[in-house]
Design a protein around this ligand. Structure first.
Ligand SMILES: Nc1ncnc2c1ncn2[C@@H]1O[C@H](COP(=O)(O)OP(=O)(O)OP(=O)(O)O)[C@@H](O)[C@H]1O
Ligand SMILES: [Mg+2]
Length: 277
């Protein structure tokens, strides 16, 4: 048997925390010491993602999903742990320098609310063009060609490219966010609830598009969602997160159809429209 390929992403023992506000750090009886206390939002997380693999990350609100993926995308710094991307430990690179790092083009992120994450002053064209200028050094006709090519891939008409975010529908803005992330040609796409902000009726279209794109482009994805039905459709493997830890993981169908871990079972049962029942 051939040796297994090393994973594209290998996250090990990742820890991140937030300072708790002084009010909650105050001892109950007005004690003298005010030692800083911390919320361990990511509490020793390890998992891998293979090339081209679709991994879902689920768990209730506040369990640490967004914190975890923002560490991996190097938008914030962990306290400790490793984020090994294709053999390079990104945890040793400060988040402050990530925007221009050579690996940035290879790992891109799609945010929850496109109307929120896109610059309101910029046209859709510039939203897609900016990372291409910054990361690939494209300009002029080559830049325009690449923007149009990516826009076409996500079914964004050229006329929409001249609009600013507030002139786009939720579904259109979501497509701009996806086009922006796909432009540099990433191998890993991290999506944090990419359809949470859009109307249910257009969600399905965006999800089908994502599924097709990732197969066509051989993309690995980490897909954050609280919607287990969506995760089951899109992802091969699922990680279940609770209070900063991965408490269960496995193939999507097995995990939700015959959940063995009580927390996964509770999570599956708590979703009324969950197709697996
Ligand atoms: N900037 C911050 N400062 C302090 N605490 C934070 C900050 N961001 C998140 N937290 C806390 O860290 C924990 C994890 O938050 P996080 O946003 O990662 O959860 P989540 O799983 O993405 O939730 P949701 O499903 O609601 O998006 C929560 O308890 C949250 O209140
Ligand atoms: Mg979140």
């Amino acid at each position: 048997m051939p040796l297994a390929d090393p994973p594209l992403l290998d996250v090990r023992d990742l820890v991140a925390r937030y300072p708790l506000s002084p009010a909650s750090a105050m001892p109950p009886f007005g004690g003298l010491r005010q030692r800083q206390r911390w919320l361990q939002a990511v509490d020793g997380v390890s998992f891998t993602v293979a090339r081209g693999e679709a991994v879902g990350l689920v768990g209730e609100s506040g369990c640490g999903k967004s914190t975890l993926v923002s560490l991996i995308a190097r938008l914030s710094d962990p306290v400790s742990g490793h984020i090994v991307f294709d053999g390079i430990d990104l945890a040793t690179h400060a988040a402050a320098h990530a925007a221009r790092a050579p690996w940035r083009r290879r790992m891109q992120m799609v945010f929850q609310d496109p109307h929120d994450s896109l610059d309101p002053r910029k046209t859709a064209f510039d939203a897609v063009a900016d990372p291409l200028r910054r990361l690939l050094g494209l300009q002029g006709q080559a830049l325009r060609d690449r923007v149009l090519d990516v826009a076409q891939r996500v079914h964004l008409g050229a006329d929409l490219l001249q609009r600013r975010p507030h002139e786009l529908s939720g579904g259109q803005a979501a497509r701009v966010g996806i086009a922006r992330a796909l432009g540099p040609g990433p191998e890993l796409l991290i999506l944090d609830e990419p359809t949470a902000a859009i109307d249910v009726s257009v969600q399905a279209g965006v999800l089908a598009l994502l599924d097709r794109l990732r197969r066509e482009l051989g993309l690995a994805i980490v897909f954050v969602s609280h919607d287990l039905g969506v995760v089951r459709l899109l992802c091969e493997r699922v990680l279940v997160m609770r209070e900063g830890r991965i408490v269960d993981q496995g193939p999507a169908h097995a995990l939700f159809d015959q959940p063995r871990h009580p927390y996964t079972a509770a999570l599956a049962a708590s979703i009324p429209h969950f197709p697996g029942k």
